[in-house]
Write a protein that binds this ligand. Structure first.
Ligand SMILES: [Zn+2]
Length: 40
């Protein structure tokens, strides 16, 4: 069951998703990976 609300990290499902990326919940780990992505 998927919800568009803040149920966890959009990318890995971590419950520690306390950041927002393009209006999606994201955990610090995934956010760091996205920001480290070259050309992104
Ligand atoms: Zn994540």
């Amino acid at each position: 069951m998927l919800s568009p609300h803040h149920d966890g990290c959009t990318f890995c499902g971590s419950v520690e998703a306390n950041q927002l990326f393009l209006e999606k919940s994201i955990c610090p780990d995934c956010l760091q990976q996205l920001r480290a992505m070259p050309g992104a």
